[in-house]
Design a protein around this ligand. Structure first.
Ligand code: AMP
Ligand code: MG
Length: 343
């Protein structure tokens, strides 16, 4: 590696392991241009048996097994030796304890062996920061929709403030739990989307529950399962489930948009891959004279780049890193508790 490249750039390794995905990525940050570039990225997703949910211990074993290859792959792709990394980051929560521990242990070991600064990152913040970096939006209302989150957020005074969230299961859990009931392997959102697109578009009534600006999806799950048990058409049920759940999300996003008067909407998290959801949000955003940005498909689900990029933002803004003995995990680390120093 040429010296000037090394001196003018920060190379940050990000490790993601909150739930089903083990992923790593290296981001190169140009200190003069203040621009980041994903120079390598690789991930592997734990697949539970068909019809079963994610088992934290099994998923963590998967992550442990696959981690050496994924790590090697991203370093080779980035053309870097471990000691040439300037910053190591890992997702410290929220997530499943056994899975989080795998990423944290690898990050601590690399950091202490090679004497590289270490930064723990909030996983949900990572989705937003990477989404903003890739779409170049500046001050969005964010809809974070994933396996672990359903939240509407806007940034104000150093923190992402919650303008609405789920009162029970997340949208990802609704899709995955219903999909597993149909016999699919998790994650199931894309399979439900496919079934919905094959439907005759006959709508079955499902509980539409919006309370204030919060949503509740568990009633939809129970009612949709009952329809399956009563042998109604599974394609039409998938269509109805998407229409109902996504209309609820669109309603709360539109109300938050009208309230905050933001001119940008950003969808991030694995469920942002869904075309029907983005179509509905595009219509609502247009009505409120806002532009919709969607995280590029490849980076909508969990990945190491979201962690590496957030760590770079933190390091450049505050210079903060943690000692290895303080590099902990927090399974229920809420996004609205994180102080953001760079906005
Ligand atoms: P994440 O936790 O961010 O990795 O997102 C995973 C969630 O995204 C899972 O609940 C998936 O079922 C969901 N997902 C992935 N692709 C789609 C899709 N095309 N439509 C809806 N949900 C999806
Ligand atoms: Mg996620």
């Amino acid at each position: 590696m040429k010296n000037n490249i090394k001196e003018d750039n920060i190379f940050c390794l990000g490790i993601e392991s909150t739930a089903h995905t083990f992923g790593c990525s290296v981001i190169q940050f140009d200190l003069f241009k203040k621009k980041g570039k994903i120079i390598s990225e690789s991930r592997t997703v734990y697949k539970p048996p068909d019809g079963a949910g994610i088992h934290p211990r099994e998923a963590s074993r998967h992550h442990l097994d696959k981690s050496p290859n994924i790590l090697r792959e991203v370093l080779i792709q980035a053309n870097l030796k471990p000691k040439e990394i300037d910053l190591i980051s890992y997702s410290a929560g929220p997530g499943l304890g056994p899975c989080l521990r795998v990423g944290a242990v690898i990050a601590r070991a690399l950091s202490s062996f090679y004497n590289i600064p270490l930064i723990p990152v909030n996983h949900a913040l990572g989705h937003i920061e990477l989404g903003m970096m890739l779409t170049e939006c500046r001050d969005p209302l964010v809809l974070l929709v994933s396996g672990g989150h359903t939240m509407v957020l806007a940034f104000s005074n150093k923190k992402w403030r919650v303008f609405g969230e789920t009162q029970d299961i997340t949208i990802g859990q609704l899709l995955d739990q219903f999909g597993r009931f149909l016999g699919f392997a998790s994650p199931c959102g894309n399979k439900i989307e496919k079934y919905a697109s094959q439907s005759s578009k006959k709508y079955y009534h499902l509980p539409y529950i919006v309370k204030g600006n919060d949503v509740s999806f568990s009633g939809i799950l129970t009612a949709a399962k009952k329809l399956i048990e009563n042998k109604y058409d599974k394609f039409d049920i998938c269509f109805s489930l998407q229409e109902t759940a996504f209309a609820m999300l669109t309603e709360v996003v539109e109300r938050a948009l009208a309230f905050t008067e933001k001119k940008e909407v950003l969808i991030v998290g694995g469920v942002s891959a869904n075309n029907r959801l983005s179509t509905m949000l595009k219509i609502a955003s247009k009505r409120q004279k806002a532009t919709l940005y969607t995280c590029p498909l490849h980076f909508s689900g969990d990945n190491g780049a979201q962690i590496a990029w957030t760590a770079i933002c933190e390091k450049v803004a505050s210079g903060r890193a943690v000692k290895v003995q303080n590099a902990l995990i927090n399974q229920s680390w809420r996004l609205d508790k994180v102080e953001v120093n760079w906005r």
